[in-house]
Design a protein around this ligand. Structure first.
Ligand code: SF4
Ligand code: SF4
Length: 75
């Protein structure tokens, strides 16, 4: 019998570019992104990725005006 494993994805946030606008948070259908409670070196509240339910749909990366997100398939 053939079995399949659900792929896992990781979203990498480049905090050099993220301005904390929240667009990706709003558009993620799985609610896997949230705005950090701490400022980065530039004074922005960047986005954080939580993970487990990410489907790799790319919506967050495509909507980001600063191209701050990269999605990696882990398996
Ligand atoms: S790839 Fe899709 S599911 Fe994963 S964090 Fe981005 S918008 Fe959400
Ligand atoms: S859309 Fe881009 S700039 Fe805006 S919070 Fe998300 S990663 Fe940061």
């Amino acid at each position: 019998m053939k079995t399949t494993t659900k792929p896992k994805f990781q979203v990498i946030v480049d905090d050099k570019y993220c301005k904390g606008c929240g667009l990706c948070v709003h558009f993620c259908p799985k609610k896997e992104l949230k705005i950090s409670k701490e400022k980065n070196k530039k004074g922005y509240f960047c986005v954080e990725f939580s993970g487990a339910e990410c489907t790799g749909c790319l919506r967050c990366a495509l909507i980001c005006p600063d191209a701050a997100l990269k999605i990696i398939r882990q398996q």
